[in-house]
Write a protein that binds this ligand. Sequence first.
Ligand SMILES: *[C@@H]1O[C@H](CO)[C@@H](O)[C@H](O)[C@H]1NC(C)=O
Ligand SMILES: *[C@@H]1O[C@H](CO)[C@@H](O)[C@H](O)[C@H]1NC(C)=O
Ligand SMILES: *[C@@H]1O[C@H](CO)[C@@H](O)[C@H](O)[C@H]1NC(C)=O
Ligand SMILES: *[C@@H]1O[C@H](CO)[C@@H](O)[C@H](O)[C@H]1NC(C)=O
Length: 312
Amino acid sequence: MDMSRGCALQALLIVFITGSLADLQLLPSPVNISMVSINLKHTLYWDPVMVPGNVTYSVQTQGEFESRFVSHYWHEIKNCWNISARKCDVTQEVSTSVMYKFRVQTLVGDRLSAWAELDPPFNRRSTLLTLPKVELQVSELNLVAQIKDYGADFTFFIFYWKKGGEDDVNCITTSSYDVSTYLEKAEEGKEYCAEVIAYARPINRNSSRSDTVCVQVQGAKQSVVFITLLSIFGVVLVFVPIVLGVWKFAYVLRYYCCPDEDIPEMLKEPNMGQRMLRNSHSSEDSEEINNVELHEHRLLENSSFIVKMPKL
Ligand SMILES: *[C@@H]1O[C@H](CO)[C@@H](O)[C@H](O)[C@H]1NC(C)=O
Ligand SMILES: *[C@@H]1O[C@H](CO)[C@@H](O)[C@H](O)[C@H]1NC(C)=O
Ligand SMILES: *[C@@H]1O[C@H](CO)[C@@H](O)[C@H](O)[C@H]1NC(C)=O
Ligand SMILES: *[C@@H]1O[C@H](CO)[C@@H](O)[C@H](O)[C@H]1NC(C)=O
């Protein structure tokens, strides 16, 4: 009786222990853990764990120093703790070019799986540098370039040249991306081309050279008309006040030195009457001449009129 009770207790204990062990074993660890690192942005991925309940995951990391000297110490990644997503951005965790270990755990309620490790560990030197993209634009004759969709930690070498002048290639370095970088004043009617290399400073590595992009600068016609109109307007704007000023000045001057007043009788020229008589005599002569001329003119007019008449 005692023995059978003892056996039952033992069996219960065994069932309980194995049951809890089975529970642990039943919650599988994540599999197929992989790192995708592009242009120094690192994301850890894993496959979903298919078990009933709300499955979440947690991620920890360990740098090369800890791996060697305090291998029990793992650093938990705050934004990837008990998450339902199956990826984790670990860019901020990787601050030097050494080996980093990563491991992922499955959680369902208060049950945990064993940790599963990324194999092999990750070094940011293995990051993939994509072909940079550059856009070339001309705005108010400023030649500008814009590097697309890259990231921080890069220096960009922008090579540019005038088409036909490939021997004379200029280079500008910038750390800006997704904003315009000024290159130089563009010449009207010319075509400019550019290529870019992205230099990853933390790992001292260059990307491949981008595809060549070109831009045609608009011809001069439109702007010449515009500039001409603008200069005419400017000239008018400058000269009108000057002309007005000069006119006003002359007006003032005239009143200042030659006042427009009646000349007193005393100052009038003597023998005025005689002179006027002589003038009227000569005007009689001229009147005679005028009359003759007028007569001739009328005759001419008449003749031309006569010539025209029969036609009508
Ligand atoms: C592992 O995951 C990658 C994508 O993250 C997928 O392409 C690949 O097929 C997976 N491998 C297995 C064995 O499931
Ligand atoms: C999973 O979580 C949601 C809330 O986030 C809850 O409504 C649901 O009941 C949970 N399912 C299970 C199977 O625990
Ligand atoms: C994980 O989050 C769920 C809710 O999403 C919560 O019920 C659970 O207790 C959390 N587990 C841990 C270990 O923090
Ligand atoms: C990267 O490219 C630039 C421009 O061609 C060059 O000056 C530099 O030496 C290169 N650096 C490396 C590490 O290849």
